[in-house]
Design a protein around this ligand. Sequence first.
Ligand SMILES: [Zn+2]
Length: 245
Amino acid sequence: MTLTETDGESPRSGEGGSLSPLRSDRVRAVYSGLLTAILDHRLPPGTRLPEDEVGAAYGASRTIVRAALQALAHERLVIVEPNRGAQVAHPTVEEARQVFEVRSLLEPRAASLAAGRATKADIATLRRHLKQERDALAAEDRHRAIALSGAFHTRIAEIADHQILAGFIRELTSRSSLVVALYWHRQDTMCERHAHAALVDAIGSGAAERAADLMRSHLVDLLSGLDFSRQPPQPRSLAALLGAR
Ligand SMILES: [Zn+2]
């Protein structure tokens, strides 16, 4: 370990420097644990994330926890307020609409690029991903199904091989998971399997325009599944949430 943690008040080495906030494996482990729990809805929007409780859950020091929380704040999944600590972000209706609006601008382009660039191996990867989504649904593993449906969109952006686009889409897809946790009212998980299967077919056959159209209508469909009049569920304690699988 190259860490210089003093479990408390050491200066944040990420500030003012170019060090990655995920500078150590231990930060990465806490970051990944929280990220997964946020994306698959075990930690709903608004959940408070006290440094000591997060530290206890992951066996990590406050310095490590703080760095992981800062990294999540950078991706707008966590809000860190000076005297109130950290909590899982809680997108407003307006933010939710904007997230989907920007997705509907960017993702058709990613799908179209992916159709032009996908290799046989990429298509095989997407098909394996579809199977994982089906398996998670069949096993009624809702948490996994939610996380996989978001990851499908990120994967298409990666195949498009456009780093800037992929970066935005990764962030927007993550934030969509918070939006869905708050405002989704359908019984099914976030993404229709059929929509994903049709997208893979279009990308696999190099049909760029069709892939873009399918992605656009898929996102319109997702937006129509959101109910902005819904009362968000009450947050529960962190310990109960991280223990609940
Ligand atoms: Zn989808």
